[in-house]
Design a protein around this ligand. Sequence first.
Ligand code: MD5
Ligand code: FE
Length: 203
Amino acid sequence: GHEQLAPGAWLLRGFARDVASTLLADVARVAQVAPFRHLVTPGGYTMSVAMTNCGRIGWTSEARGYRYASSDPGTGRQWPDLPESFADLARRAAEAAGFADFDPDACLINRYVPGARLSLHQDRDENDRTAPIVSVSLGVPAVFQFGGLSRSDKPARYRLEHGDVVVWGGPSRFAYHGVLPVAEGFHPETGNLRINITFRKVF
Ligand code: MD5
Ligand code: FE
């Protein structure tokens, strides 16, 4: 079922379940070329979530700020190509939520161990403010916080499970959001990890 969380925000439960194994194999291939690493925020805090990217450009954080870069600062090499399985899923999910012809140029992969979290934030580093963000959850579940356009809006909570996809577009594109510390758990395909893949159109 397609559940509307707010204007422009659609939760597609289980949408990626049947391709999840393929997605995870492709995550592993990406990580062989562009290893996961813990980025440091401009505030000097090392993130508990490990990250890597694929596609034309990737999101990184450094002391001087957040930015999109066409090469991996960790290796100096270009980010790996967007796997076909990723591009196909992103496009189909966007379409199912009413966003035709989604053509992402950036794909951020987040890896959570138990206890890892993402504090409440907005995604504002993308130049294209009309395209949605498509997010795929894999592995152990997490509690997602979905707030409003003001940091002080009390967030709603949603449990996101293996294969769930959320499309954040329209007025929800700039809502505050976060991930509560991931609990100890086990998933047959990821062990104790949660993996989240986000597809974005930056330019
Ligand atoms: C995650 N990642 O579960 C989330 C999924 C990130 C991030 O937040 O920045 O890497 S993407 C959730 C998202 C994106 C854009 C808008 C909204 C949520 N929203 O309006 O709630 O690792
Ligand atoms: Fe975010």
